[in-house]
Design a protein around this ligand. Structure first.
Ligand SMILES: [Zn+2]
Length: 110
């Protein structure tokens, strides 16, 4: 089971923001798997179609870090965004049972 994006019809909510997720057969930027566009509250994230589930999920995480960076004015460099992506995704991938419990706890309603 992997992350599947329904092209053009999936939207993530984040506070007042709405992030439209799109899959594309090719991207405007070469040598990348995802592209973050826009400034909150109007944001799109494009993900290259046909990637493996783990690459799709890591790319989505990367582009969401860009969205958080932009909306909060953090001023993260591409290197910092990539570092957060690789670090967090590696921790989750190397500890899958813990990651499932962590996510269940995060999503548990009080
Ligand atoms: Zn990036």
């Amino acid at each position: 089971m992997g992350l599947k994006i329904t092209p053009g019809s999936e939207t993530l909510r984040w506070g007042p923001y709405s992030i439209l997720l799109l899959t594309k057969p090719s991207l405007s930027e070469e040598n990348c798997y995802g592209v973050y566009n826009g400034q909150p509250p109007r944001v799109t994230i494009e993900i290259l179609d046909g990637l493996s589930p783990s690459i799709t999920s890591a790319t989505m995480f990367h582009e969401l870090v860009h969205a958080v960076d932009e909306s909060l004015g953090l001023g993260l460099t591409e290197k910092a965004v990539r570092g957060v992506e690789v670090g967090m995704c590696s921790i989750l991938q190397q500890n899958p049972e813990w990651a499932r419990r962590w996510l269940e706890g995060l999503l548990e309603t009080p």
